[in-house]
Each structure stands twice: as structure tokens, then as C-alpha cells.
Ligand binder design. Structure first.
Ligand code: NI
Length: 189
């Protein structure tokens, strides 16, 4: 099992536009496997390449056993609005309510190189939007009002020192603690 270090808020790669994937190589397949392993270790439901320090336009999601590999994903349709609490593996222990489209249709390429379409609502729709944002350098805190963002950033300032070099290292102890803690099992995107 390979658990990659997760870049946390403040790391510049989280703010960079990703590069579309042109070819699905063995190396990319391996990255996909490592991203799933890292996401599971972190008790997350979604993880985007920039969060593990990579610039490929790639994200992985797993919700209730439904696994999605989305390469070069694009939202082609969206409707409605839905407000719910959201968190991010790159901004640990910080949660806020975020408005998202209630329903989305996303077009993407799977790990075999086939283009596919997924229609989603609920948590899957939220997760797809959150991860696709990551691929364009956007984070959920960007949706908060000025005051909410300021309060959130103040809370983050207190957390930040836990992550030297803006890296979150998932040691076996951390992985075990996350496994035991079910406070926010569904909101880590
Ligand atoms: Ni995230």
C-alpha cells in the first residue's frame, strides 16, 4: 500500500490549473491506485491529483462502494442548488456549509481511456463539483462570504503548525485515529 503525503492549504500546487491527460500510461495507472489508497487511509470520499502534489487533470471518488476514476472531467449540465456541510482532505478539521448545484452531468475519461458520462445528485454531485474545482485550483473556502472565510482562515491558522512544509503525512497512528473517528465520515472530499 502506498499512502502519499497530502498537500494542505497554503501549498501552491493546490492553486494551479491542472494539465489535461493526453495518454494513460502505466505510471498514471499507478498514480490512480496510490490515490485510492491514500484516500482510503485518510477516510476520504474524493481526492484530486493536486492534493498529492501532481498536476494531471485526474480525480478519484468512492462513495458507498461506487468507485469513479475521472480523467479530464467536465461538467456538461447542472441544475438546482443544495446547501450542505463540506470538508476537504487538504484543509483538515475545517468544515463549512457550501452551496452547490443539486444535480450535475459530468463527462470524463475512465482509466481504460473510454469517455463516459455520469449523472449524479446528492453527495456524489457535491463530490464531483468539489473535485473538479480542485483540478482548476479552486477550494471550497473560496465560496464562503468574506466574514465566514476570515473566521475559517483564523481557525486554520491554529491548525497549520501541525503540517510542517504544508504536508499532511498519514502515519499508521494517524490512519488508525481517523479510522476510529466517525465525526465527519462523509464530508472529507
Ligand atoms: Ni478537497
Amino acid at each position: 500500500m502506498t499512502v502519499l503525503p497530502i498537500q494542505v492549504l497554503g501549498s501552491s500546487i493546490l492553486r494551479v490549473e491542472t494539465t489535461p491527460v493526453a495518454e494513460i500510461t502505466d505510471e498514471l495507472q499507478q498514480l490512480i491506485d496510490h490515490m485510492f489508497e491514500t484516500m482510503h487511509a485518510a477516510q476520504g470520499i474524493g481526492l484530486a491529483a493536486p492534493q498529492v502534489g501532481r498536476s494531471e487533470r485526474l480525480t478519484v471518488i468512492e462513495i458507498e462502494g461506487e468507485r469513479i476514476v475521472a480523467i479530464n472531467p467536465e461538467i456538461v449540465e447542472e441544475s438546482g442548488t443544495d446547501r450542505a456541510e463540506e470538508g476537504c482532505l487538504s484543509i483538515p478539521d475545517i468544515y463549512a456549509e457550501v452551496d452547490r448545484s443539486a444535480r450535475v452531468v459530468v463527462e470524463a475519461t475512465d482509466r481504460e481511456g473510454q469517455r463516459f458520462e455520469i449523472e449524479a445528485d446528492g453527495l456524489m454531485a457535491r463530490c464531483l463539483q468539489h473535485e473538479i474545482d480542485h483540478l482548476h485550483g479552486k477550494l471550497f473556502i473560496d465560496y464562503l462570504s468574506f466574514l465566514k472565510k476570515r473566521a475559517t482562515m483564523a481557525r486554520w491558522e491554529l491548525q497549520k503548525s501541525k503540517y510542517p512544509d504544508l504536508l499532511r503525512i498519514l502515519t499508521p497512528e494517524v490512519i488508525q485515529r481517523l479510522r476510529d473517528d466517525h465525526d465527519h465520515p462523509d464530508e472529507r472530499l
